[in-house]
Design a protein around this ligand. Sequence first.
Ligand SMILES: [Zn+2]
Length: 111
Amino acid sequence: MSEHDPTACHVCHRHAIGVGIGFTHSRDTNPKWICHECALIIEDVRRVRNFDAYEIKTLDHVDEKAGEYVGELGKTDMASMSELERRMLWKTVVQEFGNGLRSLIREGAPF
Ligand SMILES: [Zn+2]
């Protein structure tokens, strides 16, 4: 895999690079490619057994950060936001999903 191949990160679902977490058994064909930011915490990522719990918990972080962005705009109605403001809201959601997930993984959150 090259950095230019369109593959999603196994952890945060952003653009993956040519680094994988590894195979889990001999019949496994997916090395679970990850992105640059997740590669920086690869040893912590390898310890995670249930990503679903981390993803659900991360929604609290995303909700908080998206709320902060909307609060800064002073707008709660999507129809009143400009196209740029809406796009920045979705960018905030996507980026903060990854940031929140990596933060929980680094902390080794017990839940
Ligand atoms: Zn990632």
